[in-house]
Design a binder for this molecule. Sequence first.
Ligand SMILES: OC[C@H]1NNC[C@@H](O)[C@@H]1O
Ligand SMILES: [Ca+2]
Length: 446
Amino acid sequence: MTRREFPKGFLWGSATAAYQIEGSPLADGAGASIWQRFSHTPGKTVNGDTGDIACDHYRRYADDVKLMRELGMQAYRFSVGWGRVLPDGNGRVNEKGLGFYDRLVDTLLENGIEPLCTLYHWDLPEALDNRGGWLNPDIANWFADYASVMYRKLDGRVKKWATLNEPWVVTDGGYLHGALAPGHENLFETPIASHHLLRAHGAAVKAYRAEGKNQIGIVVNIEPKHPASDDPADIAATKRADAYMNRQYLDPIFFGRYPGEMKEVFGEAWPEWPAEDYALIQQKIDWLGLNYYTRGVTKADPKAWPVGGRNEPPKGAVLTETGWELFPKGLTDTLVWMKERYGDLPLYVTENGAAMKDPPIAGGRVQDQHRVDYLRTHLSAVNDAIKAGVDVRGYMVWSLLDNLEWSLGYSKTFGIVHVDFKTQQRTPKDSARFYAEVIASNGGAA
Ligand SMILES: OC[C@H]1NNC[C@@H](O)[C@@H]1O
Ligand SMILES: [Ca+2]
């Protein structure tokens, strides 16, 4: 391979999530999600931003797919709004909601774009949250039943499924720090929600083996953790932070046990679970998705919940708009680490990108050179991992469109395509043009 060339058949695409781009959250019989409730709760999101309209993708999806084709996209990673398909979370299917994803997938395929489907990207039906949501052990069955509805409808046209997106963020944000829906702040609930997410993942994979004929995996966010100093307290805190964010979900799936540090992190809030749970969680999966943004630098701090260490980027670090240190080498290291720890199964970079302060549109252009630089350095990092022998099969840039960055609202823009939320006008940024060249040259232009 030349310096930057990627393997033949490497899959180039982009990623989004239902609640962040679709809008029309209650259209055509859809059931409200916890994000509908959370974003409409005063004080929960910047400027009170909600997903009521977002990128209006529910109605504009055909134009957005055309835009993907113009950019030469080969794949598109999207998520399904559970509540659109099952308004009560289980039981009655809403054919109109299911029909949207059916049409989206067909439109993608007609444009030569492979659909990658994430079943859960944080928008739990409110009706299930009212029954305990991720704290109710029955959710493993609710999720598997919902997954089976999607498999029966889309499997074959969708050949790569992901059960969950970033279970760590779901629990750390939704149950520990309260920054994300459903907004709980409870040390005891957090590991219970985590465990039920993993059981739900296992149940959905098991259901897939009965219904599906293609590949299913899981998408995790991993942030390599480096100690702020060689002080033993910093090193111990770094190990706890690494266990909490990076090993808490994949270790049970691949080894049938949680990292030993979890007991230190949660103390008396750390539950014990029966063996049959681990048997369910350990269903064999076909691929792993990595969402990579940055590394963590951990400084021991007894007040920094729950690991007793706070994140402290080094002096002089260059940060994105979300405060994440630019650290492309962490992407190489993480891909190598995943292969060495969990085995040589196919890996996809399912999200990578940056929130940057973009210049205003001028002459029909958005000159986001910093995002071009971010993509260039991180694509090079992926290439380094491939040269080191890691079986990386694809890269999905986060994100296709500027969208609702959850509690941060529309103030943080990750898109390679600019969205004017007043007019819904899409404008490819310089980074979109750069990415189009990268795809056309199979990485050569990076
Ligand atoms: O913070 C940027 C992205 N991170 N992963 C999950 C996505 O929903 C976020 O927008
Ligand atoms: Ca993330």
